[in-house]
Write a protein that binds this ligand. Structure first.
Ligand code: SF4
Length: 383
């Protein structure tokens, strides 16, 4: 299949692996964070870490929208769904994420809440049209990739005159999270778990372009290489990062030229700007409160903002203290460090979002990596 098969060529992958082995300076370590959970899964699915020298370490980032949603927001969604007038529409991954008190959207549904799994926000709009006597709320989560469709359905709801549709917005922003990682105590303590460079996200960058990553190169002296999701994309991006680091360069480079430009999808960005504004701050699981890191619905569309339309009291949330998701999302632990991994926490019995989500690091380790002896040690254990 064009644009797929040629990026999965085994011989080429081994050639790039040889080039990486030659380029990697044996006298140093390379700690490269793949921000995106889709990249984490591709690395495990194709066993790419096994093709890398032992001094090239992939650190998993927080680019999993289900994983970074704080429990308090999920609790609010469950509270909303328990309103008998409400139909809550959610992506499937969210349904099994543990909330406070060992509950979940799935459990709320089992006890009577009307919660529908949807594959797109357009489906939620259709449900609103089909059930005019119900309040239909779309539980919107995701990075910049999923924000434009949410903006479009909000505008469509206005055009259609749908009075019973609203959105609970939890859309978050990639560059703000990268900044938070670089400014976290772990990164600022020299010699601890400092990340040398980033494999930049693919889907997000098709929307925002690669210009927003330029401050990480200029101000933080961290190279960023945008990569596609295929194994050769990732191997090539890793080689490009190693070459930059060897040459003392810190630039934004684009491996994913077939889909990403410097300025991204301007039309999509305009749609988002028409409907959303920056929140002054937003709580992320694992990363804490990050300024200007999420989007809320503009006042012009407040009638479609579930946070304006419904009372959503914030109650104290209860995280599972034994779950290491927060440290994993910051890249300072890996799933094998969690004592619950495979020991009470599996995809069938998830104790944290990182095991539920199709982009979660724990799910990647479980689905692709558990049979193999991991070649990854935690950053902490290697220092
Ligand atoms: S293995 Fe389960 S409990 Fe442990 S960090 Fe991952 S999701 Fe959380």
């Amino acid at each position: 299949m064009k644009l797929i098969d040629e990026f999965r060529d085994r011989d080429l992958a081994h050639k790039i692996a040889t080039a990486i082995a030659r380029a990697a300076d044996t006298g140093r370590r390379y700690r490269l964070m793949e921000f995106c959970g889709g990249h984490t899964h591709a690395i495990f699915r194709y066993a790419l870490q096994d093709l890398l020298p032992s001094n090239v370490e992939m650190v998993h980032g927080p680019g999993c929208p289900v994983c970074v949603l704080p429990v308090a927001r999920l609790d609010s969604a469950i509270d909303l769904a328990r309103n008998p007038d409400v139909i809550l529409c959610s992506y499937g991954d969210m349904l099994r994420v543990p909330a406070s008190g060992r509950t979940s959207l799935l459990q709320a549904r089992a006890t009577g809440a009307d919660i529908r799994m949807v594959y797109s926000c357009t489906e939620a709009l259709k449900i609103a049209s089909d059930y005019p006597d119900k309040e239909v709320v779309f539980f919107a989560i995701g990075f910049e990739t999923t924000t434009p469709p949410t903006a479009v359905v909000i505008q469509q709801a206005v055009q259609l005159g749908l009075k019973n549709f609203s959105v609970f917005s939890n859309h978050v922003l990639t560059p703000a999270a990268m900044t938070a990682i670089l400014e976290s105590p772990e990164q600022c303590q020299a010699g601890s778990v400092a990340i040398d460079g980033f494999v930049g996200p693919a889907h997000v960058s098709t929307v925002i372009g690669y210009r927003p990553y330029e401050p990480f190169a200029k101000d933080y002296h961290k190279p960023v290489v945008i990569a596609g999701f295929e194994p050769l994309d990732l191997m090539q991006a890793i080689l490009m990062l190693i070459r930059q680091l060897n040459e003392g360069r810190h630039q934004v480079e684009n491996e994913y030229t077939r889909a990403v430009s410097r300025d991204g999808n301007i039309k999509a960005q305009q749609r988002v700007a028409e409907v959303f504004v920056l929140r002054s701050e937003f709580e992320w699981r694992g990363l804490g409160t990050i300024p200007n890191s999420a989007l809320q619905i503009r006042s012009a569309y407040s009638a479609l903002d579930a946070e304006q339309r419904f009372e959503l009291p914030v109650r104290p949330s209860q995280e599972n203290k034994a779950c290491d998701c927060p440290a994993i999302l910051r890249g300072v632990k890996n799933p094998r460090d969690c004592r619950l991994f495979g020991n009470g926490c599996t995809p069938e019995t998830p104790q944290g979002a990182c095991m539920v989500s199709s982009e979660g690091a724990c799910a990647a380790y479980w689905n692709y990596g558990r049979a193999r002896q991991s070649s990854q040690a935690t950053p902490e254990s290697k220092t």
